[in-house]
Design a protein around this ligand. Structure first.
Ligand code: ADP
Ligand code: SF4
Length: 692
C-alpha cells in the first residue's frame, strides 16, 4: 500500500538554517527518566523514533553546568567533555536512519535544585526556588555571572556539535530556564540593561541566540523553544501581548521557532482536559511574524489534522512528544498508507510519570517504550513463534487484547474468550466516564489489529468455566480475567474491614457505577466518596455523582485529591475542578465506621474522630484479582494435564491489579517471554557505573 497523496505535504523536506529535515515530523524534546543515567537505553529509544520516520529527533532538557543540576530528576547532561560520548551514542542512533539530531541546552536557573552538585542556583534576581520547595534560594546574577552563563552555553553548544548534533536549542520555555526567567517580569526585578523594559528583559535571550549562532551556526541550526503564553492572564506572558512582542523582536534571528504554552502542565495537558491541536489559538501568530520555520505541538495523531495545520499556515513542522512515544513509527505508517495501524496516544500522561518518579519512561499504548535496549523490545518487529502451541486467552480487557495481539503477530494460533458482548474490559467501562473517551483507543487499536489476523479468533459473550477450558484443549491457557473493587474498605489506610461497610446497597464500588447498564443514581441524602486509591477514578466518580444531583463529600487519607496525579500533571486541575463544582473535600482523614447515616472519620495525624452525614458511600480502596477460575484450574491438575494443557498463567489485573499501562505491559510481556527458560537472572540489561 502506498501513501495517500493528501499526505504528501507532510513528507516535504524543510530547510532549517544550514541543515535540511527530510520531512515535517519533528520529535520535540521530551523527558524520559533515562537521560544521562541510562545513556544506552536513551540512545536506543531515540534511535527507534528515527527508524520510525521522524525527520528530527530531540533530546530532553540537557543541563549545561553543575549549577543547573535538577536532581533528583534525570535529564540529559553536558557539563564537560566527559558527557560527550554518551550523547554521541544517541546522535549515531538517530543518524543511522537519516534523521536530524537536536539537543535542548538548558540552564535551569532558579529551578535547579543543585541537590547533587551543591552549587548555588542563579536567577535574574534573588528568589526562592518556586518549583520544588527546595529549602534554598537562588542568588541574583551579577554581570559577571551573566558573562559566565553565556560562556557555559557557548561551550555546551560546541560540545553538542562535537557530539554530532545538527540542531542546537536555546531554551526559553516552560518557566524552566534562565532566558525565560529573564523574560518574566515577576522573576526579573533587575534595574540594569537586563531588566525593566521588555527590550531589556529580552536582551539575554537575544545574546544567547547570537552567540550560539556564532559558535556553531555554520554547521548546526539554532532553534529557540519559547513559551508564547503562560495561561495565567496578565500575570504572565501572553500570546497577544509580550509573547508576540518577543517573537517579533527576534523574528529572523533563530533558524527555527519551537513554540508552545507554559508551564509543562499547560503544555502537556491530558485528553481529559484538552483536545488535539488545542494550542493553535496561542501559537498561530508566530508564522505571521517570521519567515523561519515553526514547530508546535498539540498531541497530533491524525494526519488530516497535521495536513490542515501546514496548509492553513499554522505550523511548518508537526511537533510531537507523546504521539511519538505511543507510536514511534507514526510517520512511516502514514508514508506507507497504514494510517489505520497508528497506535494513537490516549493522552493519559503515564509517560510523564516516569520523569516524576525518576524511572525509565513507560507508555500505556506502547509497552516497548523504555524497553528498547534493556529488553531488546522493538515496537514493530517481534520474534517469530518458537513452537506450535495453541493459546486460549480468557478475558479481552487491555491485558488479554495485547497478549492476543502479540501472540498473533508472532504467528501463534490464539483463541480469546470474553464473557461480555463488548471487548476492552475496564478500558471500555472507564472510557465512558466524563473526559476519558480517548482511552477507548487502547481497545480500538488492538481490536483493529486482531481483526486483521487469520490466526486469532475472538468469542464474545462467552463466559468460560474451568470445565469449558479443560474441554477446549488449548495447550496454553492465559487468564486475563481482571479484578474487582473491594467492598469492605480494606486498602492502604484501612488494613481491616471497616465496620458498617457490609451494609447492603448503601456501600457502592466503582464496579456499580461503570458500564452502560449502570446509570448514576440520585441518592436520598449526601454521598461520601472514600478515595484511598489516589489516582483518577475517585475524583471522576465524585464529579459524576455531583452532576447527577447528589451532594458529594470526597474523603481521602491523602493531603490532596487524586494525589498520584501529581505525576501526570493533572492534580491541580482535578482538585480545582472539584472545588469549583462544589464537591466538599475532606483531606487527611480515614473512615473508621459507617452506621447507615453517618461515617466516622479519624484524622491521619492525631486519630481525633469526627463524623459527616452519608446516605451512601462510594468506596475506592483496593481491588482483588478475579483469580477464582485460575485457582479452580490449579485444583484440577489431573484433568488439566490430561487435557494437554502445559501452562496456566494469570496475567494483568488477574495477577495483581494495577494501571492500564501495567495491564498492557503484562499482556505484552507474557506473549514475548512465555517461551523463555525460567531463570533467577535480572530480567533486563542494566547500565552499571564504570568504576574508575
Ligand atoms: P485487565 O485490565 O487485566 O485486562 P479487565 O478487567 O479490563 O482486566 O478485563 C478482564 C476481562 O475478562 C473482562 O472483560 C471480563 O468480562 C472478562 N472475563 C472475566 N471472567 C471471564 C470468564 N470466566 N470468561 C470470559 N471472560 C471473562
Ligand atoms: Fe500518550 Fe499515555 Fe503513552 Fe503518554 S503514556 S504517550 S499520554 S498513551
Amino acid at each position: 500500500m502506498g501513501r495517500d497523496p493528501r499526505y504528501d505535504i507532510l513528507f516535504e523536506p524543510v530547510r532549517i538554517g544550514p541543515v535540511i529535515a527530510k520531512n515535517r515530523f519533528f520529535q520535540v524534546p521530551h523527558c524520559n527518566g533515562m537521560g544521562h543515567v541510562r545513556p544506552q537505553g536513551h540512545a536506543a529509544m531515540r534511535g527507534v523514533k528515527a527508524e520510525g520516520g521522524w525527520g528530527v529527533v530531540s533530546t530532553e532538557e540537557v543541563e549545561i553546568h553543575p549549577s543547573s543540576d535538577v536532581a533528583p530528576y534525570i535529564e540529559g547532561r553536558l557539563w564537560d567533555d566527559r558527557d560527550v560520548p554518551a550523547l554521541n551514542l544517541m546522535t549515531q542512533a538517530i543518524h543511522r536512519h537519516g534523521a536530524l539530531a537536536a539537543i535542548e541546552l538548558v540552564h535551569a536557573g532558579m529551578n535547579a535544585s543543585n541537590l547533587y552538585s551543591r552549587e548555588v542556583a542563579i536567577a535574574p534576581s534573588h528568589i526562592a526556588n518556586p518549583a520544588t520547595y527546595v529549602p534554598a534560594q537562588a542568588r541574583g546574577m551579577r554581570k559577571s555571572d551573566i558573562r559566565d552563563y553565556k560562556r557555559w552555553h557557548r561551550d555546551a553548544a560546541l560540545r553538542a556539535r562535537g557530539a554530532g548534533f545538527d540542531i542546537v536549542y536555546v531554551y526559553a520555555g516552560h518557566s524552566l530556564s534562565l532566558p525565560m526567567h529573564f523574560l518574566q517580569s515577576r522573576y526579573n526585578h533587575r534595574t540594569d540593561e537586563y531588566g525593566g523594559s521588555l527590550g531589556n528583559r529580552t536582551r539575554l535571550l537575544r545574546e544567547i541566540i547570537e552567540e550560539t549562532k556564532e559558535a556553531v551556526g555554520g554547521e548546526c541550526a539554532v532553534a529557540v523553544r519559547i513559551a508564547v503564553d503562560e495561561l495565567m492572564g496578565p500575570a504572565g506572558i501572553q500570546h497577544d501581548g509580550e509573547g508576540r512582542d518577543i517573537v517579533e523582536m527576534l523574528a529572523e534571528l533563530p533558524d527555527l521557532w519551537d513554540v508552545n504554552v507554559s508551564d509543562w502542565a499547560n503544555d502537556s495537558q491530558t485528553s481529559r482536559f484538552a483536545q488535539e491541536g488545542f494550542q493553535e489559538e496561542f501559537v498561530r501568530f508566530v508564522k505571521t511574524v517570521t519567515t523561519k520555520p515553526v514547530v508546535g505541538v498539540g498531541r497530533f495523531t491524525s494526519p488530516d489534522t497535521m495536513v490542515s495545520q501546514v496548509r492553513r499556515g499554522v505550523l511548518d513542522f508537526i511537533g510531537a512528544a507523546r504521539p511519538s512515544i505511543a507510536d514511534p513509527f507514526l510517520p512511516r505508517k502514514i508514508d506507507s498508507g497504514e494510517v489505520d495501524d497508528i497506535r494513537e496516544c490516549i493522552g493519559c500522561n503515564v509517560c510523564v510519570s516516569g520523569d516524576y518518579t525518576m524511572t525509565p519512561i513507560r507508555c500505556t499504548q506502547n509497552p516497548t517504550m523504555g524497553e528498547e535496549w534493556r529488553k531488546g523490545w522493538h515496537p514493530e518487529f517481534v520474534p517469530p513463534r518458537t513452537g506450535n502451541d495453541t493459546f486460549l486467552i480468557v478475558g479481552a480487557g487491555p491485558t488479554g487484547l495485547e497478549c492476543a495481539r502479540m501472540l498473533g503477530r508472532r504467528g501463534y494460533t490464539v483463541h480469546v474468550a470474553e464473557a461480555l458482548d463488548v471487548l476492552g474490559g475496564r478500558v471500555t467501562r472507564e472510557a465512558a466516564l466524563p473526559g476519558l473517551a480517548a482511552w477507548g483507543r487502547v481497545r480500538d487499536y488492538r481490536v483493529n489489529q486482531l481483526n486483521k489476523m487469520q490466526n486469532v479468533d475472538i468469542f464474545r459473550s462467552s463466559r468460560v468455566t474451568a470445565d469449558d477450558i479443560v474441554e477446549f484443549g488449548a495447550a496454553r491457557v492465559v487468564l486475563a480475567t481482571g479484578a474487582r473493587w473491594r467492598r469492605d474498605g480494606v486498602g492502604r489506610a484501612n488494613t481491616a474491614p471497616i465496620p458498617g461497610f457490609e451494609k447492603g446497597d448503601q456501600v457502592l464500588t466503582p464496579d456499580d457505577m461503570l458500564g452502560q447498564a449502570a446509570p448514576t443514581r440520585r441518592f436520598s441524602g449526601p454521598v461520601v466518596v472514600y478515595d484511598d486509591d489516589h489516582y483518577y477514578l475517585g475524583a471522576i466518580l465524585a464529579e459524576k455523582l455531583h452532576l447527577a444531583g447528589n451532594t458529594v463529600t470526597l474523603v481521602t487519607p491523602a493531603d490532596r485529591v487524586s494525589s498520584w496525579t501529581v505525576n501526570t500533571l493533572e492534580q491541580p486541575i482535578i482538585q480545582k475542578r472539584l472545588m469549583e463544582l462544589g464537591v466538599i473535600i475532606v483531606m487527611n482523614q480515614t473512615i473508621s465506621a459507617f452506621d447507615g447515616s453517618r461515617v466516622t472519620l479519624a484524622c491521619t495525624y492525631t486519630g481525633r474522630e469526627s463524623s459527616v452525614p452519608a446516605a451512601a458511600i462510594l468506596s475506592l480502596t483496593s481491588r482483588l484479582p478475579n483469580d477464582e477460575l485460575y485457582e479452580e484450574l490449579v485444583g484440577m491438575q489431573e484433568s488439566v494435564t490430561a487435557a494437554g494443557i502445559v501452562s496456566l498463567t494469570p496475567i494483568g489485573d488477574c495477577l495483581a491489579p494495577g494501571t492500564i499501562a501495567a495491564a498492557v505491559y503484562s499482556g505484552h510481556r507474557h506473549a514475548r517471554e512465555f517461551d523463555k527458560e525460567p531463570s533467577d537472572e535480572v530480567p533486563f540489561r542494566r547500565e552499571l557505573p564504570l568504576i574508575i
